[in-house]
Design a binder for this molecule. Structure first.
Ligand code: SF4
Length: 429
């Protein structure tokens, strides 16, 4: 689990350390806005994640280091791990304030002085999303925006609903206003983020689907050149969304799938909603209609009761679904989840299987990158002569391009070569 930022030497401006998902990154921007608006100084917000035990261990380690290096700083802990283990963080001497996932979105909770140290509500009682117009992802030409929060599913390995609560969606009007505010500031790409975005709309009047909302948003924001979806559940993609995925040029041809496994018995024990065959059919259908689409997926190695044969099915679904980008998670039991009570696979076996999956992933990615040489792509130019293609492949511009003056522009390029996980490109024209 990567940090997305570690604070520069502490100055008066509040800072944030973000763990976990894109939704956390979006919320970290909101919290920074609140902290600045409240005049909070000499403070670090640690926005935690509870997806794995390792993520929580890293958060605790970071909190201790922050306080050791900045004894006078105010340490505010929030995020899913704080939501689920508030008392634990309240008892850490390094921690000055604990905010739940609902409370962290309220400006008043970032006042320099607050009565209580712990402000955490039962997240299952929260019915609405607290949406905020972020003032912009610093210098970013791409921004994550929250369209949905929480989840109504109860996959047997997952603790997220206990940190995020039940499914709740942001009304279409608010999403459109947020995108307009960001494109007015030069943002050229928006990433729809949430916890279970294919659950979008189930709680709204008229129950608009993710596909209907996306079509409406695209018509309300003609100035937005690029839209991306964060992780989707392939079996919950509605027909309208499928049409956009295969036909809409402003919806980027890169899909990250929440697959988790490739074996039907394991999928059943995970309480996932799709079968191996449905996942393969989904990718085949998209590839047939829009062949340039690139797929990524989350896969868990070593789920309880997984035999060698079942694992082989997860290994070979990589090829069967033409996956290029893999996020591999070695199974780690989450307290209170049904999977934690199932017969566990040995840690060494989990580790070995995760390693094998990662190796297959690296081979697929390397093949994809090398097959791109000589091809044309379109790149959104970001900072320091870097950017991403429409398939979300990171690129580096050749030195001769002097590309910085094109920051924030989408430019046609030709792929010259491969450098690590990057494509080396040159601007056409
Ligand atoms: S869909 Fe399943 S894995 Fe995803 S957040 Fe909900 S319970 Fe967790």
């Amino acid at each position: 689990m990567a940090f997305s930022s570690f604070p520069r030497p502490l100055d008066l401006d509040p800072q944030v350390v973000t763990f976990g998902c894109r939704l956390n990154s979006y919320e970290s921007e909101v919290m920074l806005d609140h902290a600045r608006a409240q005049g909070l100084q000499n403070a670090v917000i640690v926005n935690t994640c509870a997806v794995t035990a390792e993520a929580e261990r890293q958060a605790r380690q970071t909190i201790r280091r922050l306080k050791r290096e900045n004894p006078s700083a105010t340490i505010i802990v929030t995020g899913c791990s704080a939501q689920m283990n508030a008392q634990f963080y309240a008892e850490m001497p390094e921690v000055d304030r604990v905010l739940g996932n609902h409370e962290k979105m309220m400006s008043k909770n970032f006042a320099p002085v607050l009565s209580d140290r712990v402000h955490v509500t039962d997240i299952m009682t929260i019915k609405e999303t607290s949406n905020h117009l972020v003032s912009g992802f610093e210098n970013h030409v791409r921004a994550f925006i929250q369209i949905q929060n929480g989840c109504d599913h109860r996959c047997t390995f997952c603790a997220i609903p206990f940190g995020r609560g039940n499914n709740r969606s942001v009304p279409i009007g608010e999403i459109a206003a947020q995108i307009r505010a960001l494109t007015d500031q030069g943002c050229r790409e928006i990433v729809f983020t949430g916890v279970d975005i294919t659950g979008y709309g189930a709680d709204l009047p008229g129950k608009p689907t993710l596909g209907q909302m996306t079509r409406r948003i695209l018509s309300l924001t003609p100035d937005l050149p690029r839209l991306r979806l964060s992780s989707i559940d392939p079996v919950e993609v509605d027909e309208e969304l499928m049409t956009l995925i295969v036909r809409e040029p402003r919806l980027m041809p890169h899909l990250h799938l929440s697959l988790q496994a490739g074996d039907n018995m394991i999928l059943k024990r995970m309480k996932r909603r799709h079968s191996r065959e449905q996942a393969i059919d989904f990718c085949a259908r998209v590839s047939k209609a829009r062949p340039e689409t690139v797929f990524g997926a989350d896969l868990i190695a070593g789920f309880p009761t997984e035999t060698d044969e079942m694992f082989e099915n997860t290994l070979n679904i990589v090829e069967a679904c033409s996956l290029t980008y893999l996020h591999v998670f070695p199974y780690s039991p989450r307290q209170g989840t049904p999977a934690a009570r199932m017969p566990q696979v040995e840690k060494t076996v989990i580790k070995e299987r995760a390693q094998r999956l990662r190796m297959v992933g690296e081979q697929r990615l390397s093949a994809y990158l090398h097959n791109s040489i000589g091809q044309n792509r379109s790149v959104l130019v970001e900072r320091k002569a870097k950017g991403h293609t429409e398939h979300f492949t990171p690129v580096k511009f050749s030195a001769s391009d002097q590309i910085d003056r094109f920051q924030g522009h989408i430019v046609p390029v030709t792929v010259l070569g491969v450098e690590g996980k990057n494509l080396v490109v040159t601007r056409n024209g």
